[in-house]
Design a protein around this ligand. Structure first.
Ligand code: CA
Length: 226
């Protein structure tokens, strides 16, 4: 699970980074609001931890801009402000939850877990769609132009990961971590094998692949439908 912290106080950021890494999260940190927003829009994170007062762009502004293109990734605001008007403003801007500074790490961790649970596969919408590719999560079935496509377990898991992050760069290490058991050292080349299988089974002839390779980085999944 990948978390982006946007926080300009290095001590708090380091504290969070260390604590969350120990809990098994992959943690990235940006100290500047504008850079933080760019990063949140470019990479696929599972959750954003957002400070309120930041250089260049406030947490609220980041939240509003981010929500224009992403309504699902949970956002938790970290705030020293605690009047109810501020809290309402944060929630209206699209934050899912907030926590007041100073906070106990255990409480933050619990709130993060609650957010991640509520977006977990069982709670998320049961259908993922990209162009004419459809994944029915309850029936565990994939359709291409309404025809069932047989996928192996790993192909299915990889496709699910990609369809959950459309239009975003999915890094190879991140895919490996989410789709393959991270307790084993797999060679990242294994991803290419499965990506190629998905392309063979799901691409349209005479069209660019729905999975675009970003050389040296990873993949972006897009629909080429008009
Ligand atoms: Ca701050």
């Amino acid at each position: 699970m990948k978390i982006l912290i946007i926080e300009d106080e290095p001590e708090i950021a380091r504290f969070l980074q260390q604590g969350l890494s120990e809990e098994g999260f992959t943690v990235s940190w940006e100290a500047n609001g504008k850079k933080g927003l760019e990063r949140a829009q470019q990479e696929a994170f599972d959750l954003l931890l957002l400070d309120w007062m930041l250089p260049e762009l406030s947490g609220i502004e980041i939240c509003r801009s981010f929500r224009k293109s992403d309504s699902q990734t949970p956002i938790i605001m970290l705030t020293a402000r605690d009047t109810s008007a501020d809290v309402v403003e944060g929630l209206q801007a699209g934050a899912n939850d907030y926590i007041r500074k100073p906070f106990h790490f255990a409480e933050l961790l619990e709130r993060i877990r609650v957010q991640l649970r509520s977006t977990s596969p069982s709670a998320a919408k049961a259908l993922l769609r990209l162009g004419d590719i459809e994944m029915d999560l309850e029936a565990h079935t994939v359709y291409k132009s309404e025809q069932v496509v047989q996928l192996t377990k790993k192909e299915y898991a990889l496709l699910e990961y990609l369809l959950r992050h459309p239009g975003r760069v999915c890094e190879r290490a991140q895919i490996l971590d989410s789709v393959w058991d991270s307790n084993y050292n797999y060679n990242e080349g294994i991803i290419d094998v499965y990506i190629n299988n998905l392309r063979k089974k799901l691409d349209d002839p005479n069209q660019p692949s729905f999975i675009e390779t970003i050389r040296g980085v990873g993949y972006i999944t897009r629909s080429h439908e008009a």
